[in-house]
Design a protein around this ligand. Structure first.
Ligand SMILES: [Zn+2]
Length: 161
């Protein structure tokens, strides 16, 4: 499924890893169920954390707060459950351990750079700002492009359509 990331970032208001992740989780779940955005009233979504990923999921699936077919279970897990409303099938998609490790490593690197920035001179601080920006965009690009198999784990329950 081709994902419209530029459209997503216009909707979401900024470019970020987790809105991108939400779009990737949603795209994989929809492919697994064989549904498109036009099927938004046949499906319902739940995501486990109230964060930017919810906007990626809403944008891609058409399951929105306004449509009343998305919820946030607040389980604390980066897990999307996309199900057919008739209960026939559901796709459970989570962020892979490897991807979570990469996101955590990025956060640690950034924290280290920010700590260094506090005690560095202006020239180095500007360097650090550039590094942080470059790393951020690289991470967003990675979440956009990395194959599904490296980014997520998907299980489908229920009968074939
Ligand atoms: Zn965001």
């Amino acid at each position: 499924m081709t994902l419209d990331f530029d459209g997503l970032y216009r909707f979401h208001g900024h470019r970020c890893p987790m809105s991108t992740m939400g779009a990737r989780l949603a795209g994989a779940a929809m492919e697994a169920l064989g549904v498109g955005k036009g099927d938004q009233f046949l499906i319902q979504a739940d995501y486990g954390i109230r964060n930017c990923a919810l906007d990626g999921i809403q944008f891609v699936t058409g399951c929105t707060l306004g449509n009343g077919n998305i919820s946030c279970s607040e389980s604390g897990r980066p897990l999307l459950v996309l199900g057919m409303r008739d209960g026939s099938r559901k796709a459970v998609v989570s962020v892979s351990a490897a991807a979570l490790a990469r996101l955590a490593a990025h956060k640690d690197t950034k924290a280290g750079l920010l700590k260094e920035r506090e005690v560095s001179g202006l020239a180095r601080a500007k360097d650090i700002d550039g590094i942080i920006e470059r790393d951020f965009l690289a991470l967003v690009g990675w979440v956009q492009d990395v194959p599904d198999g490296e980014l997520l784990e998907i299980t489908v329950f229920g009968r074939e359509r």
